[in-house]
Design a protein around this ligand. Sequence first.
Ligand SMILES: NC(=O)c1ccc[n+]([C@@H]2O[C@H](COP(=O)([O-])OP(=O)(O)OC[C@H]3O[C@@H](n4cnc5c(N)ncnc54)[C@H](OP(=O)(O)O)[C@@H]3O)[C@@H](O)[C@H]2O)c1
Length: 319
Amino acid sequence: MKIVMPGGTGQVGRVLERAFTAAGHDVVVLTRRPSGPGQVYWDGETPGPWTDAVDGSDVVVNLAGRSVNCRYTPANLRAMMDSRVRSTRAVGEAVAAAARPPRVWLQMSTATVYAHRFDAAHDEATGVLGGKEPGVPGYWSYSVDIATAWERALAEAPTPRTRKVALRSAMVMSPDRGGVFDVLSRLARTGLGGPVAGGAQYVSWVHETDFVRAAGFLIDREDLSGPVNVAAPAPLPQRAFMRELRAAWGMPIGLPATRWMAEIGAFVLRSDTELLLKSRRVVPGRLLDAGFTFDRPAWPGAAADLVRRSRARARGRAA
Ligand SMILES: NC(=O)c1ccc[n+]([C@@H]2O[C@H](COP(=O)([O-])OP(=O)(O)OC[C@H]3O[C@@H](n4cnc5c(N)ncnc54)[C@H](OP(=O)(O)O)[C@@H]3O)[C@@H](O)[C@H]2O)c1
């Protein structure tokens, strides 16, 4: 297949590109800074010569968007919103104008679209969208607004010959440098990876292998469209999540952090505590109903595999 990936230069793009290329597919990445073969310039906002790559392709996987790992200043929140909505609209225009449009468009969305919740898990049928939860900082609703605007841009794109799927993805765990697993592992290995603010908030996650397999499944299954949760079936509270990660690294200590310590840490790391404190309890209802099975359904086994591969990579670099 010819697979076009706008925004495919980031962590998720690297995971997919490796897997698609290894499977023999032809991958084209759209980026604002092309630096090698297989990369084509786009500005993420307006149709241009890059639309030729979309015309005649089989699949588009749009991953573009300003990183959410930043301080939630008004300017950054606006950039997070605009980069997602504008790039999705631009992809929609390219698909709509194509003489031979792709048969499927996988559009990244996020599990953050669901409400902060502890008591039950969100699937696509019964899940509650966020934005109106009591007792959480008011600005958390902005992340939900971004996700819903992002999905609306997908839904509104006039592309009748192209099936559209919104990937409501949890954190994709891969050993890549700078990815979320890498960041959490650094905390765990330095003894700082304990419970944050009590650690009752749920963490939803998906192992990179299952993320890739789910993408392949959704490309093949012509009966599936609309929002699909891409998350392992067993989200767990943050304190248990970090305990298992520490165990995988062989680190016995994990200092707890209060909410205020987390605020200071996030400030120093130029990030935001919503990423740590929001309870994301999301399960893959539609994938399971459709018969998808997970290679890495439980966090202890997934963490052990990721640690093993991180160590192998570090040994490879050292050699
Ligand atoms: N990583 C996860 O676990 C996870 C989980 C759920 C959802 N997501 C979402 O999935 C997408 C991909 O995730 P990721 O971790 O791979 O993100 P990432 O590493 O931040 O990469 C996203 C890519 O988007 C492009 N981009 C950044 N700002 C842009 C802008 N203003 N206009 C157009 N393009 C821009 C960049 O490509 P160039 O600089 O090359 O143009 C960048 O490489 C993101 O939208 C993210 O929010 C990620």
